[in-house]
Design a protein around this ligand. Sequence first.
Ligand code: AMP
Length: 208
Amino acid sequence: MLNIVLFGPPGAGKGTQSQKLIAQYNLVHLSTGDLLRAQIAQGTELGLTAKKLMDEGLLVPDEVVIGMIDNALQANKETAGGFIFDGFPRTVPQAERLDQLLAQHDSGINCMIALEVGEEELVTRLLERGKTSGRPDDQDVSKIRRRVTVYNTETAQVAGYYAAQNKFHALNGIGPIDTIFGQICALIDQHKPATTDNPAEATREVKA
Ligand code: AMP
């Protein structure tokens, strides 16, 4: 399995790049933001509780998002070639739990790729997205700035968790979408596990 964490503040381009990556690598896209919005759309109790926090730009409790990821891993484990985690993990306990869950499937994270974009550009992008996304958290500058602050104070340290495992890479998230996509693919290809599609590589991997 190939498991990628796509990392970065809200508006960095994770969702856009995820759509291109799932096609390129045959991966399942797991966005905790999308999973939570699906719960809200279904009117579940979980969705109702999460909505209040999401609308304020605050994080939903770890156990809620971990539970959703656990379910999604179980549901896709037979068919997925791997996963792109988008917007997850956002705290170190989430990252630790993700490692444990993937270990249960004899798997792990291959690499984390962070898209770096400055705050003023993020605000501009999210306000633009808010014109069509219908997301309350994309339509109010103070909520957008709170999400960026939450990212800087609570989420950014997750990068250190993966850096300690030599899995962290940062890219400039400003530029043409296809250029950034090419840079992401180059990093993923460095970390891709050997497969039976390429037996020579697989053999080399085993001997190394
Ligand atoms: P996103 O779509 O990734 O921008 O997420 C939208 C909102 O959903 C965030 O501002 C949080 O309120 C919530 N959320 C999404 N993913 C997580 C997560 N991994 N941990 C906690 N809250 C999350």
